[in-house]
Design a protein around this ligand. Structure first.
Ligand code: ADP
Length: 281
């Protein structure tokens, strides 16, 4: 297939300087094709992703210490679940560790906000996927003043320090902020109210949160301005087009895995000898 990317997804989507309030959520940065071409390409690239993921898994199984952590953030209906199903779903499930973070439990509330996060970090050789993350503690928490400002203000630096250490110990961090427009969110919420197979996804609180859209945009802007680092970069993903969002995250993961330059682990046995034994068995 002709290359429909004018620049790699990790360049087209890198957060530096993006204004959340001005983002065109229906755009497809870096990609010149439409839905059909995007879906075809996704099927093709899923195979590439799958092979790279297996190499990472093999690396972990043979003593390697590297892993990948995909952090997904976005307002309700932004499509985080779709990324998990359609992108992560295309690789071997035994190499994936999925964690979602909702309202903290009583136990979690008795600990530092990073406590529950630390417990769900991926093991060596795994792709960890966070559906929501430590960033909720500077998003919903900031918008609703769930803790005093003096406390959440410190969290940006705490998150940076936490992620720096993770990166230094072998985790490749890919952070994706998914954005849909207020109008697109309305369409998606309406669908949840009109389709019996989607009622289960509906939460009345999602409508309440729509009134805080500008505050959320500000909170996302602060996240992008203050935690977009070389060791844990943010990618800003316009997500009105689900096919584009899925294709782009596939490319980001391919880039992260390819950057590890992993090869298949060499045999730790004498191949000729084992073939001989097999023949004789
Ligand atoms: P989803 O709505 O994504 O399907 P859940 O219903 O399990 O998932 O919970 C998500 C909700 O939990 C969101 O409204 C989110 O803002 C909230 N949440 C996540 N982390 C925190 C946190 N640290 N403090 C308060 N609320 C949080």
């Amino acid at each position: 297939m002709a290359n429909l990317w004018t620049e790699p997804a990790d360049v087209a989507l890198r957060a530096g300087g993006v204004r959340v309030a001005d983002l065109d959520t229906s755009s497809t940065p870096g990609f010149t094709g439409g839905k059909r071409a995007g879906k075809d390409l996704l099927a093709e690239r899923a195979t590439v992703l799958s092979v790279l993921q297996e190499k990472l898994f093999a690396h972990g199984r043979t003593g390697g210490h590297l892993n990948v952590l995909l952090i997904l953030q976005g307002m309700d209906t932004a499509g985080k679940g779709g990324i998990v199903r359609h992108v992560i779903g295309s690789v071997d499930p035994q190499g994936v560790d999925h964690a979602s973070f909702g309202v903290p439990t009583e136990l979690e509330k008795q600990h530092d906000f990073l406590w529950r996060i630390s417990k769900r970090l991926p093991a060596h050789g795994q792709i960890g996927v966070f559906d929501r993350s430590q960033y909720e503690d500077v998003l919903v928490v900031r918008v609703h003043n769930l803790v005093p400002q003096a406390e959440w203000e410190q969290r940006y630096d705490q998150i940076n320090a936490f992620e720096k250490e993770l990166a230094e110990t072998g985790t490749v961090i890919v952070k994706v902020a998914m954005f849909v427009s207020l109008e697109e969110q309305k369409i998606r919420l309406r669908e949840r109210l009109e389709r019996p197979d989607k009622y289960w996804k509906f939460n009345p609180a999602d409508i309440t949160e729509r009134a805080y859209w500008p505050q959320y945009q500000q909170a996302y802007q602060a996240v992008l301005d203050r935690t977009n680092t070389d060791y844990a970069p943010w990618y800003v993903l316009p997500s009105d087009h689900k096919w584009y969002a899925r294709l782009a995250v596939t490319e980001l993961l391919i880039g992260a895995l390819a950057g590890l330059n992993l090869d298949w682990p060499p045999a730790n046995f004498d191949i000729a000898e084992q073939l001989r034994r097999l023949d004789q068995s």
